[in-house]
Design a protein around this ligand. Structure first.
Ligand code: NAD
Length: 259
């Protein structure tokens, strides 16, 4: 019997086999979870369907989280097919590429609103729409980055958005706790994905990160997937409102001296 046998998990944010959501999906599938995937548009759908099929899943539905109508339709589809479910993975983030370069203070009002809407409000909107379908003992998990706590060059408006996302996790955990539903975030180290490719200098960041992190390596989608498995299983039954780091220890280190 797997850690998630009999559990149903909604995975939002799979784009391709480099996605963090893919590491999570594989870990969940290996431990017996039944999965549902969402996609934002047709181009992403073409990549998501075969990946879902490779895990024996044909429950693949559209949802652009910028649209309340899409979110409501997604919730209706889940209600129709599953009735209720246990795990919600929110692995979605977006900011315009031009906002992820240079000085933060050049952020535009529009760029700020887009980042906050798609990367932050979407978590609350999706939780609100699916709350009545989430079983007691269930779990909500989102993805964040340490640029929320300390300045990470070029991360800019996404750092501000991730700070708001982490605060949302604490408020949602407080709202859902009395229903025995936990809400947490994983703060992942940098991983080469479609979303990350929009951040200026990302390749160089990956190189310096591995040199500084105590484990002397970058983190992988599988590292994140395994921690997600722990957080969404009964093993983490009293952990909620937390930001759990999967960063090879990077944030624990201050200045390093070349030797
Ligand atoms: P990814 O590009 O594989 O996934 C991002 C997903 O967001 C894509 O599937 C994309 O379709 C989806 N998305 C964007 N706008 C959307 C919208 N309006 N509606 C619905 N879906 C939308 O990249 P990833 O790195 O796996 O990103 C997943 C999460 O992990 C993001 O929140 C990201 O900020 C976070 N994260 C990434 C890293 C990293 O270094 N890659 C580190 C820490 C946290």
């Amino acid at each position: 019997m797997g850690l998630l046998t009999g559990k149903r998990a909604l995975i939002m944010g799979l784009a391709n086999d480099n996605s963090i959501a893919w590491g999570i999906s594989k870990a969940f599938h290996a431990e017996g979870a039944e999965l549902c995937f969402t996609y934002v548009n047709e181009a992403i759908e073409k990549r998501v369907r075969p990946l879902a099929a490779s895990l024996g899943c044909d429950f693949v539905i559209p949802c652009n989280v910028d649209s309340d109508a899409d979110i409501d339709q997604m919730a209706a589809s889940i209600k129709e097919r599953w009735g209720t479910f246990d795990i919600l993975i929110h692995a979605i983030g977006y900011a315009k590429k031009e906002e992820l370069n240079g000085e933060y203070l050049n952020v535009t009002r529009e760029g700020f609103q887009i980042a906050m809407n798609t990367s932050v409000y979407s978590l609350t909107a999706v939780v609100k729409a699916t709350r009545s379908l989430l079983n007691s003992g269930g779990s909500v998990l989102t993805l964040t980055y340490h640029g929320s706590q300390q300045v990470a060059q070029n991360y800019n408006v996404m750092g501000v958005a991730k700070a708001a996302l982490e605060a949302s996790v604490r408020y949602l955990a407080s709202d859902l706790g009395p229903s025995n539903i936990r809400v947490n975030a994983i703060s992942a180290g940098p991983i080469r994905t479609l979303a990350a490719s929009g951040i200026a200098g990302f390749k160089d960041l990956l190189k310096s990160f591995a040199g500084v992190a105590p484990l002397r390596r970058n983190v992988t989608q599988d590292d994140v997937g395994n921690t997600a498995l722990f957080l969404c299983s009964h093993l983490a039954s009293a952990t909620t409102g937390e930001i759990i780091y999967v960063d090879a220890g990077f944030r624990t280190v201050s200045i390093t001296i070349d030797s």
